[in-house]
Design a protein around this ligand. Structure first.
Ligand code: NAD
Length: 474
């Protein structure tokens, strides 16, 4: 098997196997071939991972922050040096094209390790004068953090959670998605190669039940989940039972609003990026594309032509622009929502079909004449399916854009920047773009409002989510 890891788990600084856990096949989405086989963590292994994290965290928290940061920055350098190998693994794990993974996955993970490595030594408290007395504050780590990942960005998600957690003195037990278990093991390996002491970053494999066991363990101080809203509700509730800190990065159905005065080609590029990158499996995608009536037909004509020019193919071929969906199950879910779109009266502009062959490919798909109540305008599809809706006025489109339970992202394309700021100011979303889409540098806070999440990843905001304040009256 061409991507078999040394063992299923990484615990206390080493690869660990326990064949007592149920088998999970890792399938290459482009061919359907089984490329690795791992085992779910048994209760004994989960306990070992948490125990080693709790033990290691005590010394780690006492280290000079600059020393912690140095290790993370060393890991970032190793990741960059091994980018091609890691990108190929990411492609095997997810089916995303190498053209994307070479620039968006390991590199983004390295960015986070570098950024938080540099920030580690800058996190300080404050002094609060009280006449003759004084209060000072200390930013302390939370303790043992649990990270749980989705399958769309396995390397990036592991690093986005590990980097701030470790930089600020915490330990982490990370459970990757059962669909993409391979990349987080490499992150663990590299962190330890860079000098991370054993036990601080552990990877345990498993499905939801393993995640559930981690989230409800008394040793855990914080849970950070990237996943769907239904899973988020369960994990949030389980974390609440132990009054644990949470970060919830959940799903979305984000609006992308294109005004008549927008640069049309740029706006089409933004809409394509925000719907077809990673075969549409991006949480922040702008899947409700609101186009102002006057440009709608021109927009659709050019969008159709450009969408039909996308090269689908073998993800390892660097000329391939779009790969398969991550799994057969995800492909079936997306095909069924495409059928629902047709049945509810949306107009299929292009795509809509599964490609012949063994992989889980679906053509990039555009629906027009979509109305706000249609299923494809309300449910997260998580596939290459764009819904184009039309609008007349600014007030109308703001109200319609906000009429959703989600609030992850939003985008506006217009040449009128006054309008752009005014509209963005009224949109209920945590992560927004003006004349761009889906750019998520580590320097910028990332996360959602409403049902799309709690807390923020990346940026200085992450300090709030991986530390707690001790207040000392002197
Ligand atoms: P999912 O919710 O099915 O699973 C996410 C993770 O949670 C998996 O590791 C899974 O094993 C685990 N899990 C499931 N049940 C659990 C339980 N009861 N307790 C603990 N853990 C449990 O999501 P997915 O299908 O892997 O990923 C797609 C979803 O993730 C989409 O909704 C997408 O929008 C969202 N997502 C959000 C972001 C973000 O940053 N906001 C990023 C990527 C993906």
């Amino acid at each position: 098997m061409r991507a078999q890891p040394k063992a299923s788990h990484f615990i206390d600084g080493a690869y660990v196997e326990d064949t007592g856990g149920a088998v999970m096949d890792v399938v290459y989405a482009a061919t359907g071939e089984v490329i690795a086989r791992v085992h779910e963590a048994t209760p004994a292994l989960i306990d070992r991972a948490l125990a080693s994290a709790a033990r290691a965290q005590r010394d780690w928290a006492r280290l000079m922050p600059v020393e912690r940061g140095r290790i993370l920055q060393r890991a970032a350098a190793i990741i960059r040096a091994r980018n091609r190998e890691l990108s190929e693994l990411e492609t095997l794990d997810t089916g995303k094209p190498l053209q994307e993974t070479l620039v968006a996955d390991a590199t983004s993970g390295a960015d986070a390790l570098e950024y938080f490595g540099g920030m580690a030594a800058t996190v300080t408290g404050e002094t609060i004068p009280l006449g003759r007395d004084l209060v000072y504050t200390i930013r302390e780590p939370l303790g043992v953090c649990v990270g749980i990942g989705a399958w769309n960005y396995p390397t990036q998600i592991a690093c986005w959670k590990a980097a701030p957690a470790l930089a600020f003195g915490n330990a982490m037990v990370f459970k990757p998605s059962e669909v993409t278990p391979l990349c987080a093991l490499k992150v663990a390996e590299i962190l330890h190669e860079a000098g991370l002491p054993a036990g601080l970053f552990n990877v345990v494999q498993g499905r939801g039940a393993v995640g559930g066991a981690l989230v409800s363990d008394a040793r855990v101080a914080k849970v950070s989940l990237t996943g769907s809203v239904p899973t988020g509700r369960k994990v949030y509730a389980a974390a609440a039972d132990g009054v644990r800190h949470v970060t919830m990065e959940l799903g979305g159905k984000s609006p992308l609003i294109i005004f008549e005065d927008a640069d049309l080609e740029d706006a089409i590029g933004g809409a394509m990026l925000g719907n077809f990158y990673s075969a549409g499996q991006v949480c922040s995608n702008g899947t409700r594309v609101f186009v102002q009536r006057g440009i709608k037909e021109r927009f659709l004509k050019r969008l159709k032509a450009r969408t039909e020019a996308i090269t689908l193919g073998e993800p390892m071929d660097e000329a391939t622009q779009m790969g398969p969906l991550v799994s057969a199950a995800q492909m079936e879910k997306v095909l069924s929502l495409i059928d629902t779109g047709k049945a509810e009266g949306a107009r299929l502009v292009t795509g809509g079909l599964r490609l012949n062959g063994p992989g889980f490919y679906i053509q990039p798909t555009v629906f027009a004449d979509v109305t706000d109540t249609m299923t494809i305008a309300r449910e997260e599809i998580f596939g290459p399916v764009m819904a184009v809706l039309e609008f007349d006025s600014e007030d109308e489109v703001i109200a319609r854009a906000n009429d959703t339970e989600f609030g992850l992202s939003a985008g506006v394309f217009t040449r009128d920047l006054t309008r752009a700021h005014r509209v963005i100011g009224q949109l209920q979303a945590g992560t927004c773009w003006i004349n761009a889409y889906n750019l998520s540098p580590v320097e910028a806070p990332f996360g959602g409002s409403k049902m799309s999440g709690v807390g923020r990843e990346n940026s200085r905001a992450a300090v709030e989510h991986y530390t707690q304040i001790k207040s000392v009256y002197l």
